[in-house]
Ligand binder design. Structure first.
Ligand SMILES: N[C@@H](CCC(=O)N[C@@H](CS)C(=O)NCC(=O)O)C(=O)O
Length: 212
């Protein structure tokens, strides 16, 4: 049995979406951020030593880290879906996206979040993060080019994971002038599984609600 420990307005929404795309049965345990600190509640901290969401529970085996959860779900339950042929030409590009989405692509976003929290907006750290975030967005632009999805005609888990970067870039006020990404976002948010993920996971502040 799969159980996902899901925090509101967080990257665990991507895992709800992935589970919906894969059509897997799962239970959802929902947690709410503290409205002031935005941190997760004590129950989430008690669940796993990292204390972050998402956490996947597969028959008692706990797995934290959204990138690892994505790779685990695809390997264990994907049956080749939502990923390119591992021996094909897009395999390297796919892995690059999956890892970039949780590392180099997310780092500047987090620096900007911290800059806000510690009143460093406009300071060198914040400006460097803005430049680095723009670099990440241009990389996504480049990957997309005229393609429908990051892997061309094939929608994959990389689209889901990478979508968090422009969503958060918008949330921290560092997104403008990326029409290719915006067109991709419109296609992403039109997917029925995205809609189901919002119905199931609850309101998600970083994307237009498909329920309005
Ligand atoms: N690298 C981890 C990051 C996990 C993470 O930072 N989760 C945030 C939500 S996006 C969280 O749980 N925040 C609540 C807290 O820190 O208390 C992943 O990709 O899963």
């Amino acid at each position: 049995m799969l159980t996902l420990h899901h925090l509101n307005n967080s990257r665990s929404q991507k895992i709800v979406w992935l589970l919906e795309e894969l059509g897997l049965p799962y239970e959802l345990v929902c947690y709410q951020r503290d409205p002031v600190t935005l941190l997760g509640p004590p129950a989430l901290k008690a669940l796993h030593p990292l204390g972050k969401s998402p956490v996947l529970d597969d028959d008692g085996q706990l797995l934290s880290e959204s990138g690892a959860i994505t790779q685990y779900l695809l390997t264990r339950y994907g049956k080749g879906r939502l990923a390119p042929d591992p021996a094909g030409p897009d395999a390297t590009r796919f892995l690059e996206c999956l890892y970039f989405a949780v590392s180099a692509g997310m780092n500047p976003v987090m620096f900007k979040v911290y800059a806000r929290a510690f009143k460093l907006v406009g300071e060198p750290l914040d400006l460097a993060a803005t430049a680095e975030l723009e670099h990440a967005l241009r990389f996504i632009d480049l990957l997309l080019g005229e393609r429908t999805w990051l892997m061309g005609d094939l929608f994959t888990a990389a689209d889901i994971q990478m979508s968090f970067i422009p969503e958060l870039a918008k949330a921290v006020g560092a997104f403008s002038g990326h029409p290719v990404i915006e067109a991709w976002q419109a296609r992403l948010y039109a997917r029925p599984a995205f809609r189901r993920s919002i119905e199931r996971g609850g309101a998600y502040a970083f994307a237009p609600s498909p329920l309005d």
